[in-house]
Design a protein around this ligand. Structure first.
Ligand SMILES: C[C@](O)(CO)[C@H](O)COP(=O)(O)OP(=O)(O)OC[C@H]1O[C@@H](n2ccc(N)nc2=O)[C@H](O)[C@@H]1O
Ligand SMILES: Nc1ncnc2c1ncn2[C@@H]1O[C@H](COP(=O)(O)OP(=O)(O)OP(=O)(O)O)[C@@H](O)[C@H]1O
Length: 303
């Protein structure tokens, strides 16, 4: 259970929701090797949580939660995306800003290197939280610029609401209006490296998707998504064959409308007509596979 600390009305806690790519087309490749993408990104109720305890000692990061131990000691150092975000924001604020130290506690509830943007969501949460508690008021344009420098998924995670993501991740547009639906997320426990999956991709590029302005229900959304793909699913299945088992176990759940991998994997999602049906399917999958990380529920409020 998360306790919300605050001082003078400023909350010292920030949610870092999981990002899900409902489809992801690799539409091209830039000269620097980065891939051009077209993706419909949504956010789930599942996520990490970042807490801040102000203090006078230099800022440090502690890891907690189910997956805190997966990120080793070194990962709590300056290479952690949370600390990179904090340092980038401090640099932007300049020497005149009164930036306090203290402790950041990252409650790591999301599996690491799993295609649902855990580290990116954490970095984005750090930008939002520290901009607020340090009273920097950098503004969204500056925060998005910092986010871009931290990773391709960080800008969309900064917004933390559904969006059409293009460019290499930095071009963000409005998503079609989404219907009520439920999601189940399943991760088999094998970390998958994003660069390795992009490298393993074979074949050409996939065109930008044609999307409607809205869907009347989860079934219509699934019908559209079935005509689209995640271009990284096939290469991820080669690197992590269990993804195929996860996809078939999801797809055969009662009421599952479709199953697909998110991002560069290995986490897969199942789309359901409602959060209730998603929760029931998640409970069944968790019972059947104790080693898997399973979550079921609604899209994040406000999408
Ligand atoms: C696959 C996605 O999760 C889809 O949302 C993202 O594009 C990945 O975002 P990310 O993990 O924040 O990626 P970064 O940390 O910026 O990049 C990791 C590596 O993935 C590859 N990469 C990433 C994004 C992109 N558009 N093209 C790429 O080729 C590059 O080899 C890069 O060195
Ligand atoms: N706060 C963090 N949480 C998770 N991983 C982090 C963090 N900081 C640095 N990392 C490093 O980033 C790598 C990618 O982890 P992350 O969980 O962000 O991947 P991902 O879920 O595949 O992301 P994406 O969907 O954006 O590709 C990990 O191998 C880890 O060493």
């Amino acid at each position: 259970m998360t306790t919300v600390a605050s001082s003078g009305g400023v909350a010292f806690v920030e949610a870092a929701p999981a990002k899900i790519n409902l489809y992801l087309h690799v539409t091209g490749r830039r000269a620097d090797g980065y891939h051009c993408l077209d993706s419909l990104v949504v956010f789930a109720g599942a996520g990490d949580v970042l807490h801040y305890e102000p203090g006078d000692a230099p800022l440090t990061l502690k890891l907690a939660g189910r997956f805190g131990a997966v990120l080793d000691e070194a990962a709590a150092g300056p290479d952690n995306l949370v600390m990179k975000a904090a340092n980038a924001l401090r640099t932007l604020a300049g020497p005149q800003a009164t930036v306090r130290g203290g402790t950041l506690v990252l409650e790591k509830n999301l599996p690491v290197a799993s295609g649902i943007g855990g580290g990116s969501a954490d970095a984005a949460a750090a930008l939002r939280l520290l901009d607020r508690v340090w009273n920097i008021q950098a503004g969204q344009v500056n925060l998005l610029r910092l986010a871009e420098g931290l990773g391709a998924d960080v800008p969309v995670c900064l917004l933390s609401h559904s969006a059409r993501m293009e460019g290499i991740g930095e071009v963000l547009g409005a998503a079609p209006i989404l219907p009520e639906c439920g999601l189940v997320l399943v991760n088999c426990g094998q970390a998958v490296s994003t660069p390795a999956v992009f490298r393993a991709r074979e074949g050409g590029f996939v065109p930008r998707a044609e999307l409607p302005t809205h869907w009347d229900g989860a079934r219509e959304l699934a019908d559209t998504l079935q005509t689209l793909e995640n271009s990284l699913e096939a290469p991820a299945c080669v690197l992590c064959p269990t993804v195929e088992k996860v996809l078939s176990d999801l797809a055969t759940q009662p009421e599952c409308l479709m199953a697909r991998m998110s991002g560069s994997g290995a986490t897969c999602f199942g789309l359901f007509p409602s959060a209730h049906e998603a929760e029931q399917a998640a409970a069944r999958l968790a019972d059947a596979h104790e080693a898997w990380w399973v979550w079921g529920g609604a899209l994040r409020e406000g999408v």
